[in-house]
Ligand binder design. Structure first.
Ligand code: C5P
Length: 231
């Protein structure tokens, strides 16, 4: 099945360590997220390698620049063949519109996802950068801007899923990290939900790192999450 909602975060410092995990995973049962650290170290060859093994790749580089530059980066991601790419909604309407336009012509178009407010930022942090409204209000505003500018969805905290589901169209995709099955360690994540809670609230994709990547048996961990979701 290519419809797995599970995206495994490949948060490793090297290709060898990442591939050690990937060897144990099945592309029919999860997708993979490649972020800034491993991409900066290993580059597009790693993405190609993962895709050659049959995995869909979410290229999590959170582009944020002038519209022309972001559009060009999105084209580069689409040429690489990734399944999902993301940008910062704070880059604004024109930037997201240009990104969406850049991707529109591709036969296998990557999904365009926006990041609204980083979950590491609280109300005080937002005030310091001139955003006086609450994090929640900013998330809703930026998600509306993202959808109206042609983005397919947003990355959001599970705690924001209910409000975003109510505010946005049914097609708008919600991608949520901060997922912890009951049996997994919390680590540094604070505002967490279980996989089933996130899906039941209306999340479309779950970004899950350590509960799978740090498990003694990653496929067993993935299997437990699948079981939880099928109940
Ligand atoms: O190991 P863990 O499940 O906490 O990994 C979650 C992944 O999602 C990491 O790659 C992390 O950077 C990412 N992420 C997050 N919270 C956000 C945005 C992204 O945990 N708000």
């Amino acid at each position: 099945m290519k419809s797995s909602p599970i995206i495994v975060a490949l948060d490793f410092p090297s290709k060898n360590l990442a591939l050690e995990l990937v060897e144990k995973l099945e592309p029919s049962r999860c997708r993979l997220k490649v972020g800034k650290e491993i991409f900066t170290r290993e580059g597009p060859q790693l993405v190609e390698e993962l895709q050659k093994r049959g995995f869909d790749v979410f290229l999590d580089l959170k582009y944020h620049d002038i519209p022309n530059t972001v559009a060009a980066a999105c084209r580069a991601a689409a040429d690489l063949g990734v399944w999902m790419v993301n940008v910062h909604a704070l880059g604004g309407e024109a930037m997201m519109e240009k990104a969406a336009e850049a991707l529109a012509g591709y036969e296998k178009r990557p999904m365009l996802i926006a990041v609204t407010i980083l979950t590491s930022m609280g109300g005080e942090d937002l005030i310091k950068i001139g955003l006086s409204e609450s994090p929640e209000a900013n998330v809703l505003n930026l998600a509306a801007l993202a959808e109206n500018s042609g983005a397919d969805g947003v990355v959001c905290s599970p705690k924001e899923v209910t409000a975003l589901r109510a505010a946005r169209t049914a097609e708008f995709q919600l991608v949520t990290p901060g997922i912890r099955p009951e049996w997994a360690a919390k680590g540094d994540q604070n505002r967490i939900t279980t996989p089933a809670q996130a899906i039941n609230m209306g999340s479309n994709y779950l970004v899950i790192g350590r509960p799978i990547t740090a498990a003694d048996d990653p496929m067993e961990a993935l299997g437990l999450i699948e079981q939880e979701l099928s109940r």
